[in-house]
Every structure is written in structure tokens, then in C-alpha cells.
Design a binder for this molecule. Structure first.
Ligand SMILES: C[S@@+](CC[C@H](N)C(=O)[O-])C[C@H]1O[C@@H](n2cnc3c(N)ncnc32)[C@H](O)[C@@H]1O
Length: 197
């Protein structure tokens, strides 16, 4: 079952069929093997439109996992998305999930290259999808020079924990700009901007 899901998604990705991926697998019981959230066409449009308004030409996804979401965002919106992960050795081993974009790697303590990337990212939106590491979240924000962050995760009541959560969980200087539920999943896309925008 799990193998079928992974192989089917790999095949669909090769054919660039992101719509089929989200429609077929958004409620599949094994979907978390590759990705926690499967946005709808409307969710991708929401993201594209809001990021255009906020003058963000790129995204950098922290804790991108397989990179499936990041690949689909690029396909669906035209916005280039890169992804950062920890533990390069795991992601290169044969038991790791497949990856759909090239991953950038860092150690737990942020690498020099990642710090520089964050510092040179003024028109980039930083994405955290189902991220679960508050200390690292604070560290990424400390070096980030851009003015927009996107948090995707479960609202209270879904019974799943992430850190940060999409609402009420970011430092004071970040204000909620807009949000949208992912289908009717109790997961939300929450877009924040800094006062300086
Ligand atoms: C729950 S998974 C979510 C993966 C993916 N974003 C998704 O929605 O399916 C959280 C990911 O964050 C990564 N992570 C944890 N700490 C990190 C850090 N300091 N820098 C980058 N990634 C990190 C983990 O390796 C893991 O892949």
C-alpha cells in the first residue's frame, strides 16, 4: 500500500501531474510518508496571489522533507521553492523517502551557507510546513532578512502538534496577513509579514 503510494507519486511527478497527485492522495492514509499537507488548486492560487501582492519572488522551505510540496508549489504557482533539511546522511541513505527537489543541508546549528542565504533573502518568503522545532524556528528567523513567512500546520482541535502552530505562535513583530484552510482538513496556510513591509 505504502510502496504503491510512493511509486505512483514518483510516476505522476515525472509526468508533472501535480493536480492528480493532490486529488488522488490528499486523504490517503499513508500520505504522511511523503508529505503532511496536500493543498487544493484553490490553496495554491491563494498562495500565489498573496505572495505576488507581497512582492515575494521565491520561497525557502525549512524542514522540507521529501520536497513534494515544494515541487508542487513551483509547478502550480511558478514560484521557485528551495528546501532545507538536516541530517544529510539520512537523506542520502537507501531507506530515506524519495526527494522531489534538490535539498540543501544544515547541521542543527545553522551552517554558514544557510545563514548567508537567509541574510540575502529579502524578496523570499520563508516556509515552515509541519515544522516541529521551536529552537531552530527562532534561529532561522534570527538570520532571515525577508519580510514574509508562511506557516502551514494544524489548527487547535486537529489533535496534531507542531511548533510553531499556524496561529498565535510567532514573535510579536510578525503580523498575520491572511490565512486559508487547506480543503476542510483543519490545516491552515497562515501568511505573516513584518511591520516593515
Ligand atoms: C514533520 S516533518 C515535515 C516535513 C515536510 N515539511 C512535510 O510537511 O511533510 C519536519 C521536518 O523538519 C526537519 N527539521 C527539523 N529540524 C530542522 C532544522 N533545524 N533545519 C531544517 N530542517 C529541520 C525534519 O528533518 C523533518 O523532515
Amino acid at each position: 500500500m505504502q510502496e504503491n503510494l510512493v511509486n505512483d507519486i514518483i510516476d505522476l511527478q515525472k509526468e508533472k501531474k501535480w493536480k492528480e497527485i493532490v486529488e488522488r492522495y490528499h486523504d490517503h492514509p499513508d500520505r504522511n510518508k511523503l508529505l503532511w499537507v496536500f493543498p487544493s488548486k484553490e490553496n495554491f492560487e491563494f498562495l500565489k496571489e498573496r505572495l505576488q501582492r507581497l512582492c515575494c519572488g521565491r520561497m525557502l522551505s525549512v524542514g522540507c522533507g521529501s520536497g513534494l510540496l515544494e515541487w508542487m508549489i513551483t509547478e502550480a504557482t511558478g514560484i521557485p521553492v528551495s528546501g532545507v533539511e538536516i541530517d544529510g546522511a539520512w537523506w542520502h541513505c537507501k531507506y530515506a523517502p524519495p526527494t522531489f527537489i534538490p535539498l540543501l543541508f544544515t547541521a542543527n546549528e545553522l551552517d554558514k551557507d544557510i545563514k548567508s542565504l537567509l541574510q540575502e533573502s529579502r524578496s523570499t518568503a520563508l516556509l515552515f510546513c509541519y515544522f516541529n522545532n521551536r529552537e531552530a524556528f527562532n534561529e532561522y528567523l534570527k538570520y532571515f532578512s525577508g519580510n514574509v513567512i508562511v506557516i502551514i500546520g494544524p489548527a487547535d482541535g486537529k489533535g496534531v502538534h507542531t511548533d510553531p502552530k499556524p496561529f498565535g505562535d510567532v514573535p510579536e513583530e510578525w503580523k498575520l496577513y491572511d490565512s486559508q484552510e487547506v480543503r476542510d482538513s483543519k490545516d491552515f496556510i497562515a501568511i505573516y509579514r513584518r511591520n516593515s513591509v
